[in-house]
Each structure stands twice: as structure tokens, then as C-alpha cells.
Design a protein around this ligand. Structure first.
Ligand code: 3HC
Length: 299
């Protein structure tokens, strides 16, 4: 990767466009509006998805207000700055556009190729992909030099890191804008190479993949959890899989297995669990009560 890019080359971000209104996108849309204090517009396939994302963001703003983390004035300002649309023409004046749509190369390529028709030639296009090649995501673009990976971790408000993924085509102004933006979001940014899983997910896929493989080969969930306890991780591998999303987790594992078949296992059970939707049974407040009975039978 390049060394630190020249900060003087960073472009000013005056409006953020977010493509995707799922949990990850909604979480970082809130972070952008809170830290950059510029208009943030989110879009998705239909109005219902956009509304769901907006509801989440407005709910989080209300929580920040009730915890007295923000003033009533700031709450009003944030609610005013955040908006949703299904009309991509509203992205025309966005100078930072970031996507967190479904983790499928073709989908992300098409989303970027489509949005490129609406935005200025100099707007940065960032992707929050977990493990796909950022260069491949930029393959259908007229201006791939403005593409950069910008990989957040869940929960976005709490996890301090952003991986800034530098492709061989990314220009220095784009890289610089990404680093300056990460600093404005008060995240620690590292510049990584455009390799499967970058740095963090490569390691995480190993941990979660091996934990899943132990279950696949007959070790019960609770034995794996208890065995890993002494590592002192903030949550168990299976909780983390639920947190990142079982479908995303399965996808990340598949990507790693495809890239390094001798180093990563595929897990059919993880796909089955992703279809089922959960590993744990939880109470109304989301606290874990135990392993979900159907999940245990699936594996
Ligand atoms: N959204 C927003 N805020 C959250 C949150 C969420 N989902 N979950 C927890 N928080 C906040 C809480 O509100 C609390 O904030 P406060 O102090 O301001 O009230 C703070 O985080 C601490 O939460 P708790 O005290 O309830 O709980 P813990 O101390 O147990 O911490 C945790 C929770 C931070 C989630 C911790 O368990 C943890 O660090 N887990 C590991 C998370 C991790 O590894 N994430 C990376 C996943 S990989 C990824 O995302 C990449 C992708 O590409 C796959």
C-alpha cells in the first residue's frame, strides 16, 4: 500500500450519499451526519426499505438525546440533515457516495455503474464491502480512480477502526479524502491492500470459520464457546456471527474459501443457520437465554 497520502489533496465532503438502507448502512449514515454535520441522503431499492433505515436512524438519534449525549438542538439538526430518497438524481451534488448493498460482486458493480451516471466525475465512490475485491467492484466504471474501500465494523458507533482499501487504480486524492474523512468520523483508519478479507476479516474468518468447523465436525456449540472463553473476547464466535449477520458471515467464509481453499473451510451448516436466521434464543430485551433449539438440530 501507499504511505500516508498528502492531506492537502483531500476533497471537501459537503454532502454524503448512502446506497443501501440496511443495518450497516443506517449505522454509518448516522455517523456521517453526526460527525461531518453535512446533509446525508440514503437510498435503497424501494421506499419501504428507505423508511426502515430512516426509522432506525431517527430512533438512534432519539436514544442519543435521551442519554443526553446530544442536545435537543443537535437532535433537531441531525433529523433535518438526514433524508431518504428513491430518486438517484438526488445524489447529483453528493461528493462522497458510499454503498453497503448485498455482498455480491455483480450487484455492487451494477450499483456503482448505475450511480456513476448521476454523480459528478470527481465524487468519491466508497464501498463498505466485507471481503470482495474493491478493484473488481470498480470494473464497470468510467472513473475507477475515485473508488476506495471504506470498511466499517459492527457496531459502527463503537468499533474504532475503518479499513481504507487502496486498489492499484485508486488515485491519491481519493485515498487522501478517505483518510481525512475517517479522521473526521473519529475513526482510526488503516490503509490496507485489496486482498480477500483485507486485514481484519481475514483473521476473523479464520476464527469464526474454525469455530463453525468444530461444530460441523461434531463438537456442540456450547463446548466450542466454553473452550474459547479463556481468550477473553468480548463476545463468543457464535454471538459475533449473529452480530455481523449470518448471511454476511457465510458469504465472508465462502469468499475466503474460494480465494484460499487450502486455508479456509466452507460451512454448509452456516448457510442453513443463515436461512434459519438465528443461533441463539433471546429474551425481549435481546439478552441471550441459550442456544436456539432448531439451530442446534440443524447442525
Ligand atoms: N449499536 C450501537 N451501539 C451499540 C451496539 C449496537 N449494536 N451494541 C452496543 N452498543 C453500545 C452500547 O450502547 C454501549 O454504549 P454506551 O456506553 O454509550 O451506552 C457500548 O456499545 C457498550 O455496550 P454494552 O455495555 O451493552 O456491551 P459490551 O460492553 O458487552 O460491548 C460490544 C458490546 C461493543 C458489541 C462488544 O461485545 C464487542 O466489542 N463485541 C465484538 C464486536 C466485534 O468484534 N465487531 C466486529 C465485527 S466484524 C465486522 O463488523 C466486519 C464485517 O465486514 C463482517
Amino acid at each position: 500500500p501507499a504511505g500516508a497520502p498528502d492531506k492537502a489533496l483531500a476533497k471537501k465532503v459537503t454532502k454524503v450519499g448512502v446506497i443501501g438502507a440496511g443495518l450497516m448502512a443506517s449505522q454509518f449514515a448516522l455517523l456521517f451526519v453526526r460527525r461531518l454535520k453535512v446533509p446525508v441522503i440514503i437510498t435503497d431499492l424501494d421506499q419501504a426499505r428507505v423508511d426502515k433505515g430512516l426509522d432506525y436512524i431517527r430512533g438512534e438519534i432519539a436514544t442519543l438525546l435521551s442519554k443526553k449525549r446530544i442536545s435537543p438542538d443537535e437532535s433537531n439538526r441531525l433529523n433535518h440533515l438526514i433524508s431518504g430518497t428513491t430518486d438517484k438524481a438526488d445524489f447529483a451534488d453528493a461528493d462522497w457516495v458510499i454503498e453497503a448493498v448485498f455482498e455480491e460482486l455483480g450487484v455492487k458493480q451494477d450499483v456503482f455503474a448505475d450511480i456513476e451516471q448521476y454523480i459528478s466525475e470527481t465524487a468519491v465512490l466508497a464501498t463498505n464491502t466485507s471481503s470482495l475485491s474493491v478493484e473488481a467492484i470498480s470494473a464497470k466504471l468510467a472513473h475507477p480512480e475515485r473508488v476506495v474501500g471504506f470498511h466499517f465494523f459492527n457496531p459502527v458507533a463503537v468499533m474504532p477502526l475503518v479499513e481504507v482499501v487502496n486498489t492499484p487504480l485508486t488515485d491519491e486524492a481519493t485515498l487522501s479524502t478517505a483518510m481525512v474523512t475517517a479522521a473526521a468520523l473519529r475513526k482510526n483508519a488503516v490503509i490496507t491492500r485489496d486482498t480477500p478479507g483485507f486485514v481484519v476479516n481475514r483473521i476473523l474468518a479464520k476464527l469464526l470459520g474454525e469455530a463453525m468447523h468444530a461444530v460441523d465436525t461434531g463438537t456442540p456449540f456450547d463446548v466450542v464457546n466454553t473452550a474459547l472463553d479463556p481468550f477473553g473476547l468480548p463476545m463468543s464466535s457464535f454471538e459475533l456471527l449473529e452480530l455481523v449477520g449470518l448471511k454476511v458471515g457465510a458469504h465472508v467464509l465462502d469468499t475466503h474459501h474460494a480465494a484460499f481453499p487450502d486455508r479456509f473451510f466452507e460451512s454448509e451448516n452456516l448457510h442453513k443457520l443463515a436461512e434459519h436466521g438465528k443461533i441463539f434464543e433471546r429474551d425481549a430485551k435481546g439478552r441471550i437465554k441459550g442456544f436456539d433449539k432448531t439451530a442446534v438440530k440443524i447442525v
